[in-house]
Design a protein. Structure first.
Lengths: 567, 89
C-alpha cells in the first residue's frame, strides 16, 4: 500500500476503536457464556451428554435354589416372560387377537376387554408364560404388545414338600415357609451398573458398578427328600384310611438335631395355587398347638427318676383306676391296683402319671419344661411358629400344665431321652455335623426311660404296632381329647405316636400325629403307630442303619394284647 | 527447531491413532465379554431348568411307581439284607 493511497482513504479513528471494542465485547461475551456453561451449568450439561450414550442397567439377582440334604432341587427359579400391552397402541385385527388369545391360552373375550380399555397405559395380558410361547408371540410382531423377563419358581417336590418350602409370589418374594424365612439369603441383591452403549445398543464400555449385585445363595435344607416322600405317602394313606381331618409327621436325626422329614396332610401343589385354603397351607408340625398329654409322660417320669425319689421298679398305687383332681377326674382305660413306674409308662396309666407328677417339685418340673422349650416358639426360624404355653409353676393346674407346638414339641421332648440326657437344638437347615447340646437329664435316667419306652411297644404296652422287623424300637403313644370351646370335646381325638430307633443306639426320632380320626379307631397305638413303623423302617433302611434285633416278622398284636390309653 | 516440532507432531499423530485403535479394540473385546457373560447366564438358566427336569423325572414317587409297577421290583427282604459297617470288612 502506497503512501498516496493511505492518504486517500483515511478512515476516522473511532471506527477502528469501535471494531476493537466490538471484538473485545464479543470475546467477553463468549468468555462469560463459557464460564456460565462450564462452571455453573456443568452438571446439567454433563447429565444431558451422558443421557445420549450411557445407560443404567439393572442387574437382576437370581433367587437361590433350595436343595435337600443330598443336593436334589426342591425349588428352582427359571426365567419366564410376562406379556403386556399398551391398549391405545395395540390396534389388532380380530384374527391377530384370536391367534394371540390361543397362544396365551386365555379367553378371547377377556383379551378383548383388556385391550379395549384405552384409559390404561399398561395392562398385563398374561404373566409368567414360558420363554417358548413368548418367542412365538414376539414373532407375530404385534404392535403395542410387549414383554419383560420375570422369574418363576418351580417346586419339583410338589405337595410332598409344600408346607416346608412354602412358595413365592409373582414378584419372586417368599410368602410362606422356608421361602419366607430365608428370604434375605435366597433373594440376593439386585445390582446396577452404568455402561456406554453404541448406536446399535451394544454395550461397549463399563463405566462403573453402582451397586454390586449378588445372586441369591442356594440353601441346603436338612430334609432328605426320600424320607420326606416316604413319610408323606405313609401319612396320607393313614389319614385317608382313618378318615382323619389332618395329619403331620416329623423325622429327626438324633445326632445332629436335623429335621429329615416334615410332612403335613392335607397338602397342596405349590406349582398351581389356584385353589388353596388355610388348612392346606398350615404346617401343623410347627404352627399348631396341642396338649402333649400321654406323649409327655416319659418326660415326667425321667424327671421323677432324676429326683431320686423313685426307681423304675417303684410300685405306685393306682386303685381304683381314677383320681379326682380339682374337680376333674382322670381315668385309666386299664385300671389296676398297683403298677410299677415302668408299667405306668407301658400301659399309659393316667392315674399313675398324675400321682408321679404331683409328687414332683413343681419348680423343677417347670424348669425342665422350660429348658426343653415348652412355652417358647421353636427356634427354627420358621414363620408362624406357635409359641406354646407354659403356665408358671405357681399357677399350675394339675391337668393342663403345658401345651406346645404339635410335632415339634413331641419330637423335641424325646431328643434328650435318645441322646442320654442331652438336649439339642433342631435345625431345618443342613448342618452336616453332630451337634452338642445342654444336659437336661442324667444319662442314667435317660437310659432307664428308654428301656421303659421299649417295653411300651412290646405286646402288653400301648404301641405294639410300632415295632419293625430288624430294629428295636421305643416309643410312646398318645390319644388326646381335643380342646374345643374351652373344654374337651368328647369324640374328637388327636392320635399321636412318638418314638425312636434303634433302641440300642438311637439314630432317628419320628413323631406322627393324626387329627380327628373318624373311622372308628382313635387310639394312638392303632392309628399313629403303624405310620411310625412304616416311616421308621423305611428311613432306617435308607440310612443303612445296622440292625440290632433278629430279623423275624413281627406278629400283629392279638386281641387283648394291646393296652389303650385315654389321654 | 522446526524439525523437532515436525517430529513431535508426527509422534503425536501416531499416538492419537494408537489411542483410537486401542479404544476400538477394547470396546470390541468388551462387547465380546458381554456376549460371553450373557451366554454364561443363559447356560446357568439352562442348568437350572435341567436340574428341575432331573428332579421332576427323579421324583421319589415316580421312581417307586415305575419300579414296582412297570419293572415289577420290590424292596429287598430285610431278612436277606446284611448291613456292613464301614470299619468291619
Amino acid at each position: 500500500m502506497s503512501a498516496a493511497a493511505q492518504a486517500l482513504v483515511r478512515l476516522p479513528v473511532w471506527r477502528a476503536r469501535f471494531v476493537l471494542a466490538a471484538l473485545v465485547g464479543a470475546f467477553a461475551l463468549l468468555v462469560a457464556r463459557s464460564i456460565y456453561l462450564q462452571a455453573m451449568k456443568t452438571d446439567f450439561l454433563q447429565e444431558k451428554g451422558d443421557a445420549r450414550y450411557s445407560r443404567l442397567l439393572e442387574v437382576p439377582a437370581t433367587r437361590g435354589r433350595i436343595l435337600d440334604r443330598n443336593g436334589d432341587a426342591l425349588a428352582v427359579s427359571t426365567p419366564v416372560k410376562s406379556i403386556w400391552a399398551i391398549p391405545a397402541d395395540a390396534g389388532l385385527s380380530s384374527k391377530q387377537k384370536k391367534t394371540l388369545a390361543s397362544l396365551l391360552s386365555i379367553d378371547g373375550r377377556e383379551l378383548e376387554k383388556k385391550l379395549s380399555d384405552a384409559s390404561r397405559d399398561f395392562v398385563y395380558l398374561k404373566r409368567q408364560v414360558s420363554p417358548e410361547i413368548a418367542e412365538s408371540v414376539l414373532a407375530l410382531g404385534l404392535p403395542g404388545v410387549h414383554q419383560h423377563a420375570e422369574h418363576r419358581r418351580y417346586y419339583p417336590g410338589g405337595e410332598v414338600t409344600a408346607q416346608v418350602i412354602g412358595f413365592t409370589g409373582v414378584d419372586d418374594a417368599g410368602q410362606e415357609g422356608v421361602e419366607l424365612a430365608h428370604q434375605a439369603t435366597l433373594a440376593g441383591k439386585p445390582g446396577s451398573r452404568r455402561v456406554i452403549k453404541d448406536r446399535l445398543g451394544r454395550i461397549v464400555e463399563d463405566v462403573e458398578a453402582i451397586r454390586a449385585g449378588e445372586d441369591g445363595k442356594d440353601l441346603a435344607l436338612s430334609i432328605d427328600s426320600k424320607i420326606q416322600s416316604l413319610a408323606f405317602g405313609a401319612l396320607k394313606a393313614a389319614v385317608e384310611q382313618h378318615r382323619a381331618k389332618a395329619g403331620a409327621a416329623v423325622a429327626l436325626d438324633v445326632a445332629s438335631g436335623e429335621i429329615l422329614a416334615l410332612v403335613n396332610v392335607p397338602s397342596y401343589n405349590p406349582n398351581n395355587r389356584a385353589r388353596l385354603n388355610g388348612a392346606q397351607l398350615r404346617n401343623r408340625v410347627i404352627t399348631d398347638l396341642f396338649e402333649p398329654g400321654s406323649t409327655l409322660k416319659p418326660f415326667t417320669i425321667a424327671l421323677a427318676l432324676e429326683t431320686g425319689q423313685i426307681t423304675p421298679a417303684t410300685r405306685i398305687a393306682t386303685a381304683p383306676g381314677r383320681l379326682t383332681l380339682a374337680g376333674y377326674t382322670i381315668r385309666d382305660v386299664h385300671p389296676a391296683a398297683e403298677l410299677s413306674v415302668a408299667q405306668v409308662l407301658q400301659k399309659s396309666s393316667n392315674v399313675g402319671a398324675a400321682k408321679l407328677a404331683l409328687a414332683l417339685p413343681r419348680e423343677a418340673m417347670w424348669d425342665l419344661y422350660r429348658r426343653v422349650g415348652f412355652g417358647a416358639p421353636p427356634q427354627l426360624g420358621f414363620p408362624g411358629a406357635a409359641a406354646g404355653r407354659l403356665r408358671h409353676h405357681r399357677g399350675w393346674r394339675p391337668i393342663e400344665q403345658a401345651s406346645m407346638a404339635y410335632g415339634h414339641g413331641l419330637s423335641v421332648s424325646l431328643v434328650p431321652l435318645a441322646r442320654d440326657g442331652e438336649l439339642v437344638a433342631l435345625s431345618l437347615v443342613k448342618t452336616g455335623a453332630g451337634a452338642s447340646g445342654d444336659k437336661v437329664l442324667s444319662a442314667e435316667s435317660a437310659r432307664a426311660v428308654r428301656a421303659m419306652l421299649e417295653l411300651a411297644v412290646q405286646p402288653g404296652g400301648t404301641g405294639p404296632r410300632a415295632r419293625i422287623m430288624g430294629w428295636r424300637v421305643a416309643g410312646k403313644t398318645g390319644t388326646a381329647h381335643k380342646q374345643e370351646n374351652g373344654g374337651y370335646a368328647a369324640d374328637k381325638y388327636l392320635a399321636s405316636f412318638v418314638g425312636f430307633a434303634p433302641a440300642s443306639a438311637p439314630r432317628l426320632v419320628v413323631a406322627v400325629m393324626i387329627d380327628e380320626p373318624a373311622a372308628g379307631q382313635h387310639y394312638g397305638g392303632t392309628v399313629a403307630a403303624p405310620v411310625f413303623a412304616q416311616v421308621m423302617q423305611g428311613a432306617l433302611r435308607l440310612l443303612a442303619v445296622p440292625h440290632d434285633a433278629p430279623l423275624e416278622p413281627i406278629p400283629l398284636p392279638g386281641e387283648g394284647e394291646e393296652a389303650k390309653e385315654s389321654t | 527447531m522446526a524439525k523437532l516440532n515436525l517430529l513431535l507432531l508426527a509422534v503425536l499423530v501416531a499416538c492419537a491413532l494408537g489411542l483410537v485403535t486401542s479404544q476400538h479394540k477394547a470396546r470390541k473385546l468388551f462387547s465380546e465379554l458381554e456376549r460371553e457373560h450373557g451366554r454364561a447366564r443363559e447356560l446357568d438358566v439352562e442348568y437350572g431348568r435341567l436340574q428341575l427336569e432331573a428332579s421332576t423325572w427323579g421324583l421319589h414317587s415316580r421312581v417307586e411307581r415305575i419300579a414296582t409297577g412297570t419293572l415289577g421290583m420290590r424292596p429287598a427282604d430285610p431278612r436277606r439284607t446284611r448291613v456292613v459297617s464301614r470299619d468291619s470288612r
